[in-house]
Design a protein around this ligand. Structure first.
Ligand code: KIV
Length: 272
């Protein structure tokens, strides 16, 4: 929090209460203080400093080159721009390959960066890492489905959970991550019905990106929803700037559309 805080910050308890009340949770990525300030002014619930900064800020093809120091640099900038939203920081590739490494990385993101929560990709051995972090008092968001740090294992940035076996494995991983102490789950590029059923089964909030309309909240990459991303925009995203005219109006339009369940719509739901 900045020293000029005027309003109460959003906490994980507020997000849980929103899930329980059936109120959609909003999330957007940010990488610098100026955008963070504008995004925070919309009344958004959470801001994620994603390791997507490797793609949209640093120009890499994947998120793999992003380091903890890169993340701390951008998380602390975003932190200076935020007064209200819950700030989440991605733990970059291989920064949580052991419990000790994960605790050290989380210390930097929370202690130096000012984040309130860290996000880790994957199930499997990540479950034990999540448990270790939670035991140390770190708030954790898990991330399943298309996990970009695993791009080479997945054979590309591909839609996930296409069949019953894949969905069953992801469901078991999600339950294990929740049992390990995760406070939230991001679900990326999975079938809408599966995502909705999982959100109903889990007690923690499930935030979707390319996961349809039936989850507890939505996240987009800032540069996708402003139409800045070069190349093909993901089909689950929307260029809010094209319809709004200015940046602040576009940010507000996205947050309002999420809160009022007007985004995503049928055309944003990915076909299998
Ligand atoms: O890195 C990122 O921006 C993310 C979002 C796509 C959820 O993980």
């Amino acid at each position: 929090m900045s020293s000029t805080t005027a309003t109460k910050s959003v906490t994980i308890r507020d997000l849980l209460a929103k899930k329980q009340a059936g109120e959609p949770i909003s999330m957007l990525t940010a990488y610098d203080a100026s955008f963070a300030r504008r995004i925070d002014a919309t009344g958004i619930d959470t801001v994620l400093v994603g390791d997507s900064l490797g793609n949209v800020i640093l120009g890499h093809d994947t998120t793999l080159p992003v380091t903890v120091s890169d993340m701390v640099h951008h998380v602390s900038a975003v932190h200076r721009g935020i007064q209200r939203a819950l700030l989440i920081a991605d733990m970059p590739f291989l920064s949580y390959s052991s419990e000790a490494t994960a605790v050290h990385s989380a210390q930097r993101l929370l202690g130096e960066g000012g984040a309130s929560m860290v996000k880790l990709e994957g199930g499997g051995i990540t479950v034990a890492i999540v448990h270790a972090l939670c035991q140390q008092g770190v708030a954790v968001c898990a991330h399943l489905g298309l996990t970009p740090q695993h791009v080479h294992q997945l054979g590309g940035f591909r839609y996930q959970g296409k069949n019953d076996d894949a969905q069953q494995l992801m469901r078991e991983q999600a339950l294990a991550l929740q049992a390990a102490g995760a406070s939230m789950l991001v679900l990326e590029c999975v079938p809408e019905a599966f995502a909705g059923a999982l959100a109903t089964e889990l007690t923690i909030p499930v935030i979707g990106i390319g996961a349809g309309r039936e989850v507890d909240g939505q996240v987009l990459v800032l540069y996708d929803m402003l139409g800045i991303t070069t190349g093909r925009r993901p089909g689950f995203s929307q260029d809010f700037l094209a319809d709004s005219g200015d940046v602040q109006a576009a940010l507000q339009a996205y947050v309002d559309a999420v809160h009022q369940r007007r985004f995503p719509q049928a055309q944003h739901v990915l076909a299998k």
